[in-house]
Ligand binder design. Structure first.
Ligand SMILES: *Cc1c(COP(=O)(O)O)cnc(C)c1O
Length: 488
């Protein structure tokens, strides 16, 4: 029996509060609101406080989240969100400030933003950072607008193409297209690197940029990254580094040192701020000095006053800027969380994150590679890509079925059918925050499902068996979504 919903618990006259009788004479409601705006009835539930608390607590428990479940979502880094970040973000000095407040009254907030810019620049080996973009894709847009501004200012206006590996996240081609470029896809080679010959054939004087994800969305570090970047620079193009998932890079290798000109971070992936169910993420962008003049306004800056003291301020006086890309200054609460994370780990801690992310992913890959096909059998970075093609061919069990069956074992499924160039792809990113025990439980479940696919394929094809709702009609769910519950 499903739990009764809050409307079904309603009992006439029940309320969550009992207030003393008002001493102020009440006015008829239609003397305040014109009657044409009034409804005849409004069937709101009449419930006690306890009913309300239980209703919302129960709803919150229906949500699968990182605090309850291992969430090995490839290309989307779902790692633990440390609670100390939340404590910091809830400090009244941060939560009670207003975006229109005078700079002199928000020096602490500006200092935090300034220092976060510096830390991100240092971590990635870049020269300047904007914190404003509201997500990874928005960071890409910001970065590519700067690429366009750079070429345009140099009178280099015939650069029309942007090269993008076939393994890229879908946002990369979408961004390049929105900025007005023509996208050319570059294939990968058998080791999962960008195909160097194909790249060399594609570069030319009309190439504005290469957008490349590091490590790639196969979870691999391109073995020729320096040659790749040099071949784009040779023709005057810029290199955009997609750094959405850079756990494995922390303290190991820096985008700037590799030659990347512009890049974005996803604070809600690498830097432990919550993804938040569509809530506010943040996708700061870092650039080398030659792109710094184009950063969106305002840039958080620091100056020394005549009396020797230091002041932080919002620099709007940037004539070559691409302009404003976000209301106010970006998602500030996410900046506080990322800052807290970086400060609580320090340089040594961040380096260990990089090592543990790689160790965890390689451990899982080794445990699973006999039971599932591995896309490329070489050391991975933060994630790896399996293929369910063997299962599909021998038993008809698809990757989708394997993902659904994992729910029965208590795990959020990994990313599936992406990257699209891998047949029946299963893309697993364990992150550095999971213990050996959790990794083993997950590996055991994946191995058990591989056995089930052989012995009892229908069990897998009909999964999940433990949830309130089984398989959705996925087409109807998209075409005719039912997003609202209404009382009978
Ligand atoms: C997640 C991701 C993005 C997009 O980030 P959003 O915050 O979802 O817009 C871009 N590139 C890669 C490689 C990603 O994993």
């Amino acid at each position: 029996m499903p739990e009764p919903l809050i409307f079904e618990r309603s009992s006439p006259g029940r309320t969550a509060a009992s207030l003393p009788k008002s001493e102020v004479p009440s006015k008829p409601v239609d003397s305040i609101v014109p009657s044409r705006f009034l409804r005849k009835d409004l069937p709101l539930p009449e419930v006690s406080e306890l009913d309300v608390v239980r209703h919302f607590t129960r709803l919150s428990q229906k949500n699968v989240c990182i605090d309850t479940t291992f969430y090995p979502l490839g290309s989307c880094t779902m790692k633990y969100n440390p609670k100390v970040n939340e404590d910091a973000a809830r400090l009244p000095g941060f939560t009670l400030i207003h975006p229109y407040q005078h700079e002199s009254t928000v020096q602490g907030a500006l200092q935090l933003m300034y220092e976060l810019q510096q830390y991100l620049a240092e971590i990635a080996g870049m020269d300047a950072v904007t914190l404003q973009p509201a997500a990874g894709a928005h960071g890409e847009l910001t970065g590519m607008l700067m690429v366009r501004a750079y070429h345009t200012e140099r009178g280099d206006v015939d650069r029309r193409r942007v090269l993008i590996p076939d393994s890229a996240h879908g946002t990369n081609p979408a961004t390049a297209t929105m900025v007005g470029y023509k996208v050319q896809s570059i294939p990968s080679d058998a080791r999962g690197n960008l195909d160097l010959d194909a790249l060399r054939a594609a570069v030319g004087p009309d190439v504005a940029a290469l957008m490349i994800t590091i490590p790639s969305t196969f979870g691999l570090f391109d073995e020729h990254i320096l040659e790749v970047i040099a071949s784009v620079h040779e023709v005057g193009g810029l290199v955009y580094g997609d750094g959405a998932n850079m756990n494995a890079m922390l303290g190991q290798a820096r985008f700037g040192d590799l030659g990347v000109d512009v890049m974005h971070f996803n604070l809600h992936k690498t830097f432990t701020t919550p993804h938040g169910g569509g809530g506010p993420p943040a996708g700061p962008v870092a650039v080398k000095a030659h792109l710094a003049p184009y950063l969106p306004v305002p840039v958080v800056a620091r100056r020394q006053l005549p009396d020797g003291s230091v002041e932080y301020y919002l620099d709007m006086d940037r004539p070559r800027s691409i302009g404003k890309i976000k209301a106010f200054y970006g998602n500030f609460g996410m900046m506080v969380r990322a800052y807290t994370y970086i400060r609580s780990l320090g340089a040594e801690g961040l380096e260990k994150v990089g090592e543990a992310a790689v160790l965890n992913a390689n451990y899982l890959m080794q445990r699973l590679k006999a039971a599932y096909d591995l896309y490329v059998d070489r050391r991975c970075k933060h994630e790896f890509v399996l293929s369910g093609r063997r299962q599909r061919r021998s038993t008809g069990v698809r990757t989708l079925d394997i993902a659904k069956r994992l729910i029965d074992y208590g795990f959020h499924p990994p990313t599936i059918y992406f990257p699209i160039v891998v047949e029946e792809a299963i893309m697993i990113e364990p992150t550095e925050t999971e213990s050996l025990e959790t990794l083993d439980q997950f590996a055991d479940a994946m191995l058990a499902i591989a056995r089930e696919a052989e012995e009892n394929p229908d069990l897998v094809k009909q999964a999940p068996h433990t949830t309130e709702i089984g398989r959705l009609d996925e087409v109807a769910a998209v075409r005719r979504p039912n997003l609202r519950w209404k009382p009978e």
